[in-house]
Design a binder for this molecule. Structure first.
Ligand code: GLN
Length: 328
């Protein structure tokens, strides 16, 4: 056991954190603030446009139980597309490999809400992390759960060890009232036989799902199983519980690396090199296999709908820690 600057006793497996993480996070927080004003808060969902732009939070959860935070890391924000990661994992647990008959696993190279590929690819979306693919996943889960919002919140509450998670009804309603493009995609997929339920019902569930709120600290904790071979870290000294098989966890991380940032997935892989999932609420979660997870939130987005400060912060973190340099 080697004592580290962050105060956690680390085994050799955790040597990556033998550094002063709190000081690194402070440094990144300071540097990131220079980027305020370089992006724009999403406003195509009217309620998201009301979020104060100059906010920044970051949380690192380690598989040895450590947690480090900076800035607004305890402030709940709208997860939006980050929920696609969790609904996909739930669907994968339910359906296994059969899932791939309904959705592909290739990067789309197109905007997250693009509709064009659906026409040439017969209503089968490229991957589960763009809107069309996530709608298919929500359709699958709508067939399975009478109350999908409770199923998702239940999984998140368990993973985050946090009983008070919820979705924001105002944000859900605001998205639902303006969900014309997502509705068009749902109907288009239904015309191809790739949608089992009524699009209206699936859109209700999808908009609730996207309106789920978590803080960076909660989100980092909830995704820790992806850094821990699928095991949900038990914080009470009990043995870790297997949430997802090691094999499926490896596959989820591969998809996050190739498809987790829409048409910026290549740029994210180049700059950050970790499995990530982004959302238009300004959140990003990243997985450092065998080390931990990082959640970052800053609402100002670039042209592709990814957090400007969030991407910068992750890029700096991997530069400063060397995380990910040996995991690919
Ligand atoms: N709810 C959003 C939408 O469907 C999610 C998009 C995102 O976060 N990229 O447009």
């Amino acid at each position: 056991m080697a004592p580290t600057a962050c105060g956690i006793k680390c085994t050799a497996r955790f040597l990556e954190c033998a550094m002063n993480l709190p000081a690194l996070l402070d440094q990144i927080h300071t540097e990131a603030q220079a980027l305020y004003g370089k992006g724009r808060v999403a406003d195509y969902i009217p309620a998201l446009g009301e979020v104060a732009p100059r906010q920044f939070g970051m949380a690192v959860a380690l598989v040895n139980g450590g947690m480090h935070t900076v800035g607004d890391a305890q402030v709940p924000f709208s997860l939006q597309s980050i929920t696609k990661l969790f609904t996909f994992v739930i669907a994968l647990k339910l359906m296994g490999e059969e899932l791939w008959q309904r959705v592909g696993r290739e990067p789309s190279g197109a905007a997250f809400n693009s509709i064009v590929q659906l026409e040439t690819e017969n209503g089968i979306p490229r991957n589960p992390f763009i809107n069309a693919g996530a709608l298919v996943i929500t359709d699958i889960l709508t067939s399975r759960y009478a109350h999908l919002d409770y199923a998702l919140l239940g999984a998140l509450r368990r993973l985050a060890d946090e009983p008070n998670l919820h979705w924001n009804p105002r944000v859900a309603r605001s998205e639902r009232e303006t969900a014309h493009r997502n509705m068009a995609m749902a109907y288009f997929m239904k015309s191809h036989g790739n949608f089992q339920n009524e699009p209206e019902l699936v859109l209700d569930n999808y908009c609730r799902q996207c309106a789920t709120e978590m803080s960076c600290a909660q989100l980092a904790q909830a995704t820790l199983f992806l850094a821990n071979g699928g095991r949900d870290l038990a914080l009470d000294g009990q043995p870790d519980e297997l949430f997802l098989s090691a094999e499926q966890t490896r596959r989820v991380n591969a998809l996050l690396l190739t498809c987790g940032a829409y048409d910026a997935a290549g740029d994210f892989a180049y700059r950050i090199g970790l499995p990530v999932k982004t959302g238009v609420g300004g959140g990003i979660v990243a997985v450092v296999p065998e080390v931990g997870t990082v959640a970052v939130w800053a609402p100002e987005l670039d042209a592709k709908g990814n957090s400007v400060l969030g991407a910068f912060a992750l890029e700096r973190l991997v530069q400063l820690t060397g995380w990910g340099h040996t995991t690919l």
